[in-house]
Design a protein around this ligand. Sequence first.
Ligand code: ARG
Ligand code: ZN
Ligand code: CA
Length: 261
Amino acid sequence: TNTVITIPVVFHVLYKNPNQNISDAQIQSQLDVLNRDYRKLNTDFSAVVPSVFQGISADMEIVFCKATKTPSGATTTGIVRKSIASSVSFGDSYYLAAGDPAWDPTKYLNVWVGILNGDYNGILGWAYLPDQAGQAWDGFVCDYRYFGTTGTATAPFNLGRTCTHEIGHYLGLDHPWGEDDSLCGSASNDDGVADTPATNGPYFECPTFPSNEFACTATPNGSIFMNYMDYVNDACMAMFTNGQKALVQNTMSGPRASLLT
Ligand code: ARG
Ligand code: ZN
Ligand code: CA
């Protein structure tokens, strides 16, 4: 039986200058990354994922497509473009107020590509967890420099993995260190996924396998730092686990089930 599900996506491009009004090709490059990463078709899989972790790596069986109909039923490319006056700060709602409101978030995954203020070091984008499903702000906001693989995409976040990571959050996934990035063993130091070893915080850049640097419990294979839900560079993340897939399937049959109808 076919268990692959399709999620319709609308892209809202918010720009101040023409350079930020990213091309259709750049948007397509991001969609292509999602459709490789969520089907375990990413070509860097065998090089980046150590063989000991390949067996627990999941084909998430999710496909993303550009919306073909607007909420009122008109034909659309799935891309909306709008000129705005200012950048967006982490967590504010300028992307809605001055930007472009969500299309019915119970029916579409809304992605806003805008200009994030530089004062939040390390924020490449943010997404809302399934507990915000259907809210006016529900979806994913991304800086135009960390989106897709062409055009304005900027190394080391130029392989589209910010989107892969953030949509993981949208689908219910947490970081391997849970809500707590210091206290191993605490109740909040848990992502609710058994096959992702707990860590006391993120790995960055491109660690060497095996690493127990941030592991809560040292093991021969160490942390799965090459997971999409960690903080390593785009080129150094290449897998979800079977446990993460099970959690996402619960989201898709629960709080985000309306995306499929
Ligand atoms: N820092 C962001 C977050 O916490 C995303 C990190 C994405 N990493 C990447 N290599 N693109 O959600
Ligand atoms: Zn994250
Ligand atoms: Ca875990």
